[in-house]
Design a protein around this ligand. Sequence first.
Ligand SMILES: C[S@@+](CC[C@H](N)C(=O)[O-])C[C@H]1O[C@@H](n2cnc3c(N)ncnc32)[C@H](O)[C@@H]1O
Length: 276
Amino acid sequence: MTFREFLAQLLFPWMIMSISLYYGVVTVAKLLLALDLTTLTSWDKFNEAWFGNFWVYMGPVAKEGAQAWVMPLLEGRVREGEICQTVQNPVEGTVLEIGAGSGMWMDVLAKVTASSARATKVYGVEPNPVSAAALRRRIDELGMQGRYEVLPYGIEDLQAKADIQPGSVDCIMTVQCLCSIPEPDKNIRLLYEYLKPGGRWYVFEHVKAEEGLLIPAYQRFSNFFWSFFLGSCTLCRSTRSSILNVGNWRAVDLERPVDEGPLSVVPHTMGTLQKA
Ligand SMILES: C[S@@+](CC[C@H](N)C(=O)[O-])C[C@H]1O[C@@H](n2cnc3c(N)ncnc32)[C@H](O)[C@@H]1O
C-alpha cells in the first residue's frame, strides 16, 4: 500500500462524516420548511430523518463501492473471501433482506433470482420511514410487485408484526446493516431462528479492526464521532464472532475480502453460512 492509499484509508471515515453533516443541514432546512417541529424537537425522530436523507444519497455511492463483492456473493460465487467463476447456491426462495435501506440491492436480487427454478419472495426489513418509502418506490421502478414486500419495522418487531414463521426462511442477507441494528447479539439470534435447517445467510458487513494496535485505536477514535453522524451505525462491532457464536452452522465461509489490506480502517467480513 502506498502512502497516498494509507492516507485515503485514514481520511475515509471523515469524508463520510462530512457528507452526513451536509445532509444534517439539509434535513434541518427541509423540516423547517415543512414546519415539522415534532421531528425537529425529538432527537430520535430527527436522527432517523437525517440518516434517511443521507442514505438516499449515500446508498448508491456505497453500492458502487461494494457491488464488486456483493453481486457475486448473492450469485453464490464467493469462497474464502475470493470471487470464483463457479456458481454454488445463489440467493433464492423465501428471503429476508435485513436493513434493506433504499433498495440498492433490489436490482441485483431481481437478476440473481430470475434464473432460479424456485419462486422467490423477498421481505425487505427496514424500520427507517424515509428509507422504507424509497424502498417502496424502488419496487415500482423495478416492477418487483408481488416478489418484494417491505416490512417497515426492525428485526425486533418481526415476531409481533410479520407473518413469517421461525424456521421457515431459506436465505437471509445482511449487507452493511448489522453495524446499525440495536442489541446485535439478541437480534442476530432472532434472525438465526428464522432460518430453516440448511438455510443460508449471506453476509457483507464492515467490522471491528483487530490487526495490530494503530488501526484499531484509530478506528475507536473515529467511531466516537461516527456514532453521532451516522445514525445508529458503529465502526467497532465484532459481527463475525456474533454470527459464528449464535448457533450451530453446517458450513461457515466468512472471511475478509482478499483484496482488502490489513490497514483498512473500515474492514469487512463477507461470505455465507449454512444453518445445521
Ligand atoms: C448502512 S444502511 C444499509 C442499507 C442497505 N443494506 C444498503 O446496503 O444500501 C443500514 C440500514 O439498517 C437499518 N436498520 C437499523 N436498525 C435496524 C433494525 N433494528 N432492523 C432492521 N434494520 C435496521 C437502517 O435503517 C439502515 O437502512
